[in-house]
Design a protein around this ligand. Structure first.
Ligand code: SF4
Ligand code: SF4
Length: 276
């Protein structure tokens, strides 16, 4: 027993001080890719689109009038583009990659007339009332709607001493009746669509929906699969998107803080960090 006490004293406090202090280990496991598409020639753009194992990088149109698009909501972080074109792609140096607007995960550049910065879709604004209500405490119901369990491994870490989500007033609950937020991982398979809808309907309002991981956001490598009914925002109104495959624990923490209005969604796929 005394050996464990001595070990604990020697180890000190291991819990991250995030979000009040930056986590010094955040860069070890990057949370997303950012892209400067204007740095690519049309030929390079075609090459990198071929390298990408998902539809995260796509070519639109032809060499004269077309362009290239990058969608962090479909990026599985394989790193191929970063290795091949380090001047145009990089891993995000910070874990604050959750956004409230799906459009902030997308960026595009066009050959004619130079680059076009981030294509921002209409903002999916989180209801201010919900933010005020859940600011101090949030109970989360997690539903695996067809995940490979990679996202769940990261979610489990949130309860470990390293991240200790309870210190931030965030709790997982096994019942939707007690839940303020629905956190969904996985592609939403055909079999899971109805249970997911039932869970959402069983939650009291107001309620928040968080899409965690690229499978929930865009389908990832499973996009277009015959058993895939997702992405999630086709089925439920999504308030916060947390990219990554899987999202890191810090990215998930940040996403939950964004959901309750305690963090800014500052990520832009084009590397600009200036809003939600
Ligand atoms: S890191 Fe993302 S964008 Fe780059 S090649 Fe891999 S999946 Fe595609
Ligand atoms: S986002 Fe990646 S880790 Fe998460 S369920 Fe999909 S494939 Fe697995």
């Amino acid at each position: 027993m005394s050996r464990w006490i001595a070990l604990g004293l020697r180890s000190g406090v291991r819990t991250t001080r995030y979000p009040s202090h930056a986590d010094p280990e955040a860069e070890i496991a990057p949370s997303a890719v950012i892209a400067d598409l204007a740095a690519l020639t049309p030929a390079q753009a075609a090459e990198v689109a071929d390298l990408c194992p998902t539809s995260a990088i796509t070519i639109e149109g032809d060499r004269e009038r077309g362009g290239i698009a990058f969608d962090a909501g479909q990026c599985v972080m394989c790193g191929r583009c970063v290795r091949a074109f380090p001047g145009a792609f990089a891993f995000s140096p910070h874990p604050e990659v959750a956004v409230r607007s799906r459009g902030n995960l997308r960026v595009a550049a066009h050959w004619a007339g130079g680059s076009t910065p981030a294509v921002d879709a209409a903002a999916a604004e989180l209801k201010l009332r919900s933010q005020r209500l859940f600011r101090r405490s949030l109970h989360i119901r997690h539903v695996d709607a067809g995940s490979c369990n990679g996202c769940e491994s990261e979610l489990q870490l949130l309860g470990s001493p390293e991240y200790d989500l309870h210190r931030l007033g965030l709790f997982f609950t096994p019942t939707p009746r007690h839940a303020d937020a629905l956190l969904v991982t996985g592609v939403v398979t055909r079999q899971m669509e109805q249970p997911l809808r039932d869970t959402y309907d069983a939650m009291p309002g107001p309620k928040i929906v968080v899409a965690a991981g690229v499978c929930a956001i865009g389908g990832g490598v499973f996009e277009g699969g015959f058993m895939v009914n997702g992405p999630l925002d086709r089925i439920l109104p999504v308030d916060v998107y947390v990219p990554g495959c899987p999202p890191t624990p810090l990215a998930l923490l940040h996403g939950l803080l964004v959901a309750v209005g305690r963090g800014a969604g500052r990520y832009r796929a084009g590397g600009v960090s200036d809003g939600d």
